[in-house]
Design a protein around this ligand. Structure first.
Ligand code: SF4
Length: 445
C-alpha cells in the first residue's frame, strides 16, 4: 500500500537529521586541523573541482583565523558550505589525502570546511566587496549552483546580474534534488541569501525560459546571457507498466519531500529503486526513512560498476536497503491500475561498451519482485526540446559550447545543461568559468 504519514513527527525528525554532524567544540576542530601535514603538493586540492586551497584554509583554522579560512574557501567556491555537506569527498579531496597512503583516517576536510563556512554564514561575514558598477547587465537563467556561482563572480566585478528562476526558491539541485538529511531546506535558503549578500544580484522567481521569458528577450535586453538551466526529470524506462500508479521519478520524489514536508509524502510498503547513482541512493534511503518496509535497489551491472561511491552505498545498506545486481527492469505488472510487481531480466556482463563499462546482456531468465512502488533513477534528461526550439547546438539536449559560449550571439552556458549532470561542485566551477568568459567577452565589446 502506498501511503503517507507512516511515522510520528519525532521519528521523521530523527530519520532526517543531519548525517554529518559538525564538530561539537572549537577545540575538536582545532585538534583535527592540527593533524594536517600541509603537504606542499596538496593532492587534496588537486582533486577539488574548484581547487580550494585546502592546506591554507586548514592552516588558518589552526591559528583561529576563521574569517581568513572562510575567505580562502569561498574565494574558490562560493557554495563551499553546501559542498561540505553534499560533496562525495571520499572520491575527491578526502580520497586524495596522503593519510590514506599511511592507512590512517584522512583529514576530515569536509567537516573542517563546514566549520569555517558555517561560522561565516552564521555571522553573515560578507568577505567580498563588489566593485563599482560597470553599467553592464547579464541575465542568468537558473538559480542553481552554476547560476549562483557565475552571478557571484560577475557581481564582484561590478556587473548587474538578474537571475531568472523557474522555481519559487533558489539553489537548484542543492535545494530540490538532494536528500533532506544531507542539506535541510532552511540551510539551502540561508546559503542562497548569503550569496546574494554581496549585492548586485536580483533573482526573479517563477520565471521559466520558454514560458514566461524568451531567449530573444534576454538577448535584446542584456549584454550577455548565461544558461544554467540544469537537467530535467529521470530518463524513461520505456517498459510496459511505466504509467501505473506507484511509478515515480526519483527527482520528483526527492523534490516533493523537500518542498512539501516529510509527513505528506507517500511511500509504498515494498519499493524498488532503479539505478545505482547518487540520486538512486538518495531516493532509496529517503523511501526507507519515510517508513517503507522494504527497499531494493536494482542495477543492471555488478557492484564493481556502480555509479555511486562506496560510502553512499554503505549509507543505503545501513538504512536497510537491499541491492539486486545484474537485473534490468523488463515490465511493471499492475492490478487495478496500481503497481503490483516488477519483472527484471537477469543480466550477465559482456564486452565493454562505448563508455568502457562491461555491457549488460540479458540471459533470458527473469526475476520478479513483489513491490507496490517503483522509483526511476536512471539518469536525467536534458531539456532537448527547449534548447532545440532556440536553435542552440546540442547533443541530445546537452548544450554544445566552445570556451563557454554557445552558437548563439552573446549566449553562454554551463553546468548540468552542458555536461548532462554532475556534482554540485562541478557546477560551481562551471559557473566561475562561465563568468570569466562573459567578462572577457564584455571587455572586448
Ligand atoms: Fe592536509 Fe591531507 Fe591535504 Fe596533505 S593531503 S594537505 S594532510 S588534507
Amino acid at each position: 500500500m502506498i501511503t503517507n504519514n507512516r511515522l510520528t513527527a519525532n521519528q521523521y525528525e530523527q530519520n532526517f537529521a543531519d548525517i554529518h554532524p559538525p564538530f561539537e567544540t572549537a577545540d575538536a576542530a582545532l585538534v583535527e586541523a592540527n593533524r594536517c601535514l600541509f603537504c606542499y603538493d596538496a593532492p587534496c586540492t588537486k582533486l577539488c573541482p574548484t581547487s580550494i586551497n585546502i592546506p591554507k584554509f586548514i592552516k588558518q583554522i589552526t591559528t583561529e583565523n576563521i574569517k581568513g579560512s572562510a575567505h580562502t574557501i569561498f574565494q574558490s567556491n562560493i557554495m563551499g558550505a553546501g559542498c561540505s555537506k553534499v560533496c562525495p569527498v571520499e572520491k575527491l579531496c578526502e580520497g586524495a589525502c596522503v593519510y590514506n597512503n599511511m592507512d590512517e583516517t584522512p583529514i576530515h576536510i569536509a567537516k573542517l570546511q563546514r566549520y569555517s563556512t558555517e561560522i561565516a554564514m552564521k555571522n553573515n561575514w560578507q568577505l567580498f566587496e563588489r566593485k563599482q558598477s560597470t553599467g553592464k547587465k547579464v541575465a542568468i537563467v537558473g538559480a542553481g549552483p552554476a547560476g549562483l556561482s557565475c552571478a557571484h563572480v560577475l557581481s564582484r566585478e561590478g556587473v548587474d546580474v538578474t537571475i531568472y528562476e523557474k522555481e519559487s526558491k533558489g539553489g537548484g539541485l542543492m535545494t530540490y534534488g538532494i536528500a533532506a538529511y544531507k542539506v535541510t531546506p532552511k540551510f539551502c535558503e540561508d546559503e542562497v541569501n548569503y550569496i546574494l549578500g554581496v549585492g548586485g544580484i536580483e533573482i526573479k522567481y517563477n520565471q521559466e525560459l520558454g514560458k514566461n521569458i524568451s531567449l530573444e528577450e534576454l538577448q535584446n535586453n542584456y549584454d550577455a546571457v548565461y544558461l544554467a538551466i540544469g537537467v530535467g526529470l529521470a530518463n524513461k524506462l520505456n517498459i510496459a507498466g511505466e504509467d501505473l500508479e506507484g511509478v515515480e521519478d526519483a527527482i520528483e520524489f526527492i523534490y516533493n519531500l523537500r518542498d512539501k514536508g516529510y509527513s505528506s509524502i507517500k511511500v509504498g510498503d515494498k519499493v524498488a529503486v532503479i539505478g545505482m547513482g547518487m540520486t538512486a541512493i538518495d531516493a532509496a534511503t529517503q523511501a526507507k526513512r519515510l517508513g517503507a518496509n522494504e527497499v531494493t535497489m536494482v542495477y543492471r551491472r555488478t557492484e564493481a560498476e556502480k555509479n555511486c561511491t562506496q560510502h553512499e552505498l554503505d549509507i543505503a545498506r545501513l538504512d536497510g536497503c537491499a541491492t539486486l545486481w545484474l537485473a534490468a527492469p523488463k515490465e511493471i505488472i499492475g492490478e487495478n491500475g496500481k503497481v503490483k510487481a516488477l519483472i527484471c531480466d537477469v543480466m550477465k556482463l559482456g564486452e565493454p561498451d562505448a563508455k568502457g563499462k562491461p555491457a549488460p546482456i540479458a540471459t533470458g531468465e527473469t526475476i520478479t519482485l513483489d513491490v507496490d512502488m517503483v522509483i526511476k533513477a536512471t539518469g536525467q534528461n536534458p531539456f532537448e526540446q527547449l534548447v532545440s526550439s532556440y536553435n542552440i547546438n546540442n547533443n541530445r539536449g546537452k548544450i554544445n559550447i566552445t570556451n563557454n559560449v554557445t552558437n548563439l550571439a552573446k549566449v553562454f552556458a554551463g553546468g548540468d545543461c552542458v555536461n548532462g549532470g554532475r556534482e554540485v561542485v562541478d557546477a560551481v566551477q562551471a559557473g566561475k568559468e562561465g563568468a570569466s568568459a562573459i567578462l572577457k567577452f564584455m571587455l572586448n565589446q
